[in-house]
Design a protein around this ligand. Structure first.
Ligand SMILES: Nc1nc2c(ncn2[C@@H]2O[C@H](COP(=O)(O)OP(=O)(O)O)[C@@H](O)[C@H]2O)c(=O)[nH]1
Ligand SMILES: [Mg+2]
Length: 711
């Protein structure tokens, strides 16, 4: 395959709600580009894009596919993304490396929650957007209503470039307001006949064209002058205005299609090659040191791995975008994220599961390679000339669905762990790890579907059965007032005895608190606890009541209880303990004795210090259509949520709340069923707060039953 130059490349992310027709559109685009000679369909399970076993089974994209097509001597890279919110990570990584988003909208449904969610990312990532009103062949297609909703949601910069003449059954004609022609497609779609606009449409088309030209002229001062002078713009000026408008997000064109019947597709390809930006016309990419890589072939090579996947018969495959320079086969590279070296083996142009070897990629292009040793999603690969630049990693949303994983057969535990670790490396929205604290393997993802697909992968491709359980909650324990305890550990059985006595006062720790004044403090150890919070040991011993050499043993004993709190066995945090007196025995005192004395004194004091259980509370942000607001609020209140505020965003409300993690189990599923999938949310750890008394009682009881006299 020939090597395409930067100016000959367009990078397009196909985004939009689930089932809006992205995969079908992609298929038509690559068919029309002559890259395949038979057009498959999602329903016949033979598209180029949906080829993974799970996608064939579910007839839904679950992962993005990298494709390309050709038009007018240009190579159009296409990333077809899945539409469900659970796979939003794929949309984010596609938008990251693409220069323009093609947002597919089902004209029967208008703006859907998926349209909304994807839009938000195009806007935060400042990407040009072209809308494709698809499904225009279905009986209930409503183009005008779809446009009305697009304008209402996304503003008046949404601009119609085409309209359907005969939407619904038998749809085959589109009026193009840029070309001022009628495009009529034959049975089976494909290449249109381009005709003069019929008299019946003339008036409407001319009116819309005039408005469009005026709108375009406003994108540029020189054009505006030209427009006032001549009353119109020529084709070149129109294209220039569109081009500028797209790049600056001051126009969001709407085009027409029926992907299923291959109507409108060639014109969309033409529009992409004429008007949407080439990779070097968009702002460069930043490195972590604030440098900007401007997409120049003359620069040193810089690749960014935006996706890794395992493909049958091929193994791990890494998809990259070239942000600078060019990359060739057998090139030596460095990975600054991992401080490792890689050698590029083969380079491939990818079309779904098909691939073609190519000798080189230049700046702006998207390609794939295999056999990288230790390079994963979000890593940079540089030539030896610029070894240190790290391209800013893509930020993915925090996980919001959490389960504990167990192999059905305990012998498989290790394999399950290994596979999940591998999957998490490939999919940055999947987080996996063993929690020592909870004594569970915890898997976190974007939603129930996301985790169910992970399960499907393990069971069908790795042949290990697993189950998902409710994860434990990482509670914490602390105290609310000071208390003292004296503990003497003494043992005299045969041989050497054991003796140690510790007098301890404990206090709740608060940032910036004043020291206690009852006992003079002679030494201090501050421990930043691994699980958050602090432990402070103050030594207030006078007259050598306890030798300094036993202090570490006392601290060790206390730490044992901090790791397994006296109330429920959870980690304890934010405590100061003062050792103010004690006793030794000239022969029998040793480290073990003081460790036990310290541990038990701490446990005693803790019980009398108003102990409390703390629970993790999350900042939750729910975005919900106005009419579902009531239900969602009621449900949140049932989850002990504290509502922090509300904002409106178009037809949507954004609710901000603080909700205990214990109440968020399976929230994504609940929210989805409350709102028919029209809401979305994200959550982020906020802080630990005391649980209410009734919840504490329940937790204490549950722990008692579990432990029954531990020591
Ligand atoms: N009638 C009609 N059906 C379509 C059109 N585009 C896609 N479909 C159908 O809609 C369903 C979802 O399409 P798909 O391409 O998988 O949507 P995606 O989830 O956005 O990738 C499939 O059954 C397609 O055959 C269209 O323009 N017209
Ligand atoms: Mg799809």
């Amino acid at each position: 395959m020939k090597v395409f130059q930067t100016k000959e490349i367009r990078n397009i992310a196909l985004i939009g709600g689930a089932k809006s027709g992205k995969t079908t559109l992609a298929e038509a685009m690559i068919f029309e580009g002559g890259v395949i000679n038979r057009r498959g369909s999602v329903d016949d399970k033979n598209t180029v894009s949906d080829y993974r076993p799970i996608e064939l089974e579910r007839q839904n994209s679950v992962s993005s596919s990298i494709l390309y097509t050709l038009h007018n001597n240009k190579k159009i890279n296409i990333i077809d993304t899945p539409g469900f919110d659970d796979f939003i990570g794929e949309v984010i990584s596609a938008l990251r490396v693409c220069d323009t988003a093609l947002m597919v909208v089902n004209s029967q449904n208008g703006v859907e929650v998926g349209t909304e969610i994807n839009w938000r990312y195009t806007s935060s990532m400042e990407k040009p957007v072209v809308f494709v009103a698809n499904h225009l062949d279905v009986e209930l297609a409503n183009f005008d209503e779809t446009v009305r909703q697009l304008k209402q949601q996304f503003g008046n910069l949404v601009t119609v470039l085409q309209y359907p003449v005969n939407q619904g059954n038998g749809f085959n004609s589109i009026i193009d307001l840029l070309k001022m022609k009628l495009y009529t497609y034959p049975q089976g779609g494909g290449k249109p006949e381009i005709l003069d606009i019929p008299a019946s449409e003339k008036e409407k088309a001319e009116e819309m064209n005039a408005a469009l030209i005026e709108e375009l002229a406003s994108k540029d001062e020189a054009l505006m002058e030209e427009f006032f002078d001549k009353g119109t713009l020529n084709e070149e000026q129109i294209n220039k205005a569109l081009h500028l408008g797209l790049i600056s997000r001051s126009i969001f064109p709407v085009m027409c299609a029926s992907s299923k019947h291959n109507i409108g597709i060639t014109r969309i390809l033409e529009f992409i090659t004429d008007a949407v930006p080439a990779p070097d016309e968009m702002p460069g990419v930043k490195t972590t040191d604030g440098k900007v890589l401007e997409c120049k072939t003359s620069d040193p090579t810089a690749l960014f791995i935006f996706k890794t996947a395992i493909e049958t018969h091929l193994g791990e495959i890494s998809y990259f975008k070239v942000y600078g320079g060019e990359v060739t086969e057998s090139q030596d590279m460095v990975n600054p994220n991992r401080n490792s070296k890689e050698r590029i083996s083969q380079l491939f142009v990818i079309n779904g599961k098909n691939r073609e070897k190519v000798e080189k990629f230049v700046a702006g292009d998207i390609g794939a390679t295999i056999k990288l040793k230790s390079t994963f999603t979000n890593n940079t690969l540089n030539s030896l000339k610029n070894p240190d630049d790290i391209i800013e990693p893509t930020l993915f949303p925090n996980p919001k669905f959490r389960v504990a994983v167990k192999a059905k057969n305990a012998n498989d535990d290790e394999k399950v762990g290994a596979v999940l670790n591998e999957l998490a490396k490939m999919d940055p929205t999947l987080v996996f790890g063993y929690s020592k604290e909870l004594r569970q393997q915890i898997l976190q993802g974007q939603g129930e579907l996301h985790l169910n697909l992970t399960k499907w992968h393990l069971e069908n491709l790795e042949k290990v059965a697993i189950e998902y359980l409710a994860p434990r909650i990482p509670y914490r324990e602390t105290i609310t007032k000071s208390a003292k305890a004296v503990y003497r550990h003494k043992k005299q059985s045969g041989g050497a005895g054991q003796f140690g006595e510790v007098h301890m006062m404990i206090q709740p720790y608060k940032e910036g608190m004043a020291d206690q004044t009852e006992f003079p403090i002679r030494g201090r150890d501050t421990i930043e606890l691994e699980w958050g919070g602090k432990l402070i040991m103050n030594t207030c011993i006078v007259g050598g009541a306890i030798d300094a050499r036993f202090m570490p043993a006392i601290l060790k004993g206390v730490m044992e209880k901090m790791e397994e709190g006296p109330l429920t066995g959870s980690y304890a945090r934010d405590i100061v303990f003062n050792i103010y007196d004690g006793k030794m025995h000239p022969v029998d005192s040793n480290e073990i004795s003081f460790k036990l004395a310290g541990r038990n004194a701490f446990k005693e004091a803790f019980k009398n210090a108003g102990p409390k259980i703390l629970e993790p509370v999350y900042d939750v942000e729910v975005i919900v259509p106005e009419e579902k607001m009531g239900e969602v609020m009621t449900d949140l209140q049932g989850r002990r949520a504290l509502i922090m505020g509300m904002d409106s965003e178009g037809n949507y409300q954004k609710i901000k709340a603080r909700v205990p993690l214990a109440e968020m189990n399976r929230y994504s599923t609940a929210l989805s069923s409350l709102t028919s999938g029209r809401a979305t949310y994200n959550m982020k750890f906020a802080e630990y707060v005391q649980v209410p008394a009734d919840v504490q009682d329940k937790l204490l009881k549950a722990y008692e039953e579990e432990e029954q006299d531990e020591d």
